[in-house]
Write a protein that binds this ligand. Structure first.
Ligand code: ADE
Length: 210
């Protein structure tokens, strides 16, 4: 398909050990001199989903969560697997696009490094009784800027719940630590990935300190 957009593929990949399971992530250029190693959790199969669900549940169980909250889109499989592995049933998904039944949703604005422009997170008011007064674990696939997680925490707290833990498959670079402030201490990540820049030899290399 002809396109004016630059091809984001670099031909390089980054291997990371996720709680004992190695995955290969393609390094994808977001800008001419900036790239990330992209983890699309929905492309990694159900066994990987179950593995990370179990590993995150082990780390979150001591915080005694009563319900799990995840943000659309890639937080959805994580929320389902963590809920299952914790032996819970209900979970709550924060939507990114307005659904017909969400006309009256609680709303929070967010931004993301992998999606264009500003986005929002929406909490269905029908889910409020599931959250009010509850101990909540908030989960996502990756925390990078921290904007999406910060929006999730805000919505969960507006719903009257206590955030007792945050579970992510990957932490990426360090920007999220400043975005989340003191909430950074609630984060349980299974592995860390750096961000990348192009070196003099045209190879993508991790940015020191990320
Ligand atoms: N490395 C990454 N993979 C998938 N989603 C992301 N969002 C931010 N960084 C990401």
């Amino acid at each position: 398909m002809p396109s004016d957009a630059a091809d984001p593929r670099t031909g390089q990949s980054w291997t990371v050990d996720v709680a004992g399971q190695a995955i290969d992530l393609p390094i994808v250029a977001i800008k001419p001199d900036f790239a990330i190693s992209l983890m699309m959790v929905i492309d990694l199969g159900v066994r990987f989903g179950a593995h990370v669900g179990q590993a995150l549940a082990e780390r979150l169980a001591p915080t005694k969560p009563e319900i799990v909250v995840g943000a659309a889109t890639l937080g959805i499989p994580v929320a389902i697997e963590v809920t299952r592995a914790l032996g819970l049933d209900d979970y709550v998904i924060l939507q990114k696009s307005p659904k017909l039944h969400l006309a009256n949703a609680l709303e929070q604005r967010i931004s993301s490094i992998t999606s264009k422009g500003e986005q929002r997170l929406l909490l269905d008011r029908a889910a409020l009784p599931l959250l009010a007064g509850k101990r909540v674990a908030v989960v996502d696939d990756v925390v990078a800027s921290g904007s999406s997680l910060r929006g999730s925490l805000e919505l969960v707290r507006r719903a009257g719940a206590e955030v007792v833990g945050i579970g992510v498959i990957l932490t990426e670079a360090k920007d999220w630590q400043e975005t989340l402030g003191p909430d950074r201490d609630l984060v349980h990540g299974l592995a860390h990935i750096p961000q990348f820049t192009k070196a003099a030899d045209d190879r993508w290399k991790p940015i020191p300190g990320t």
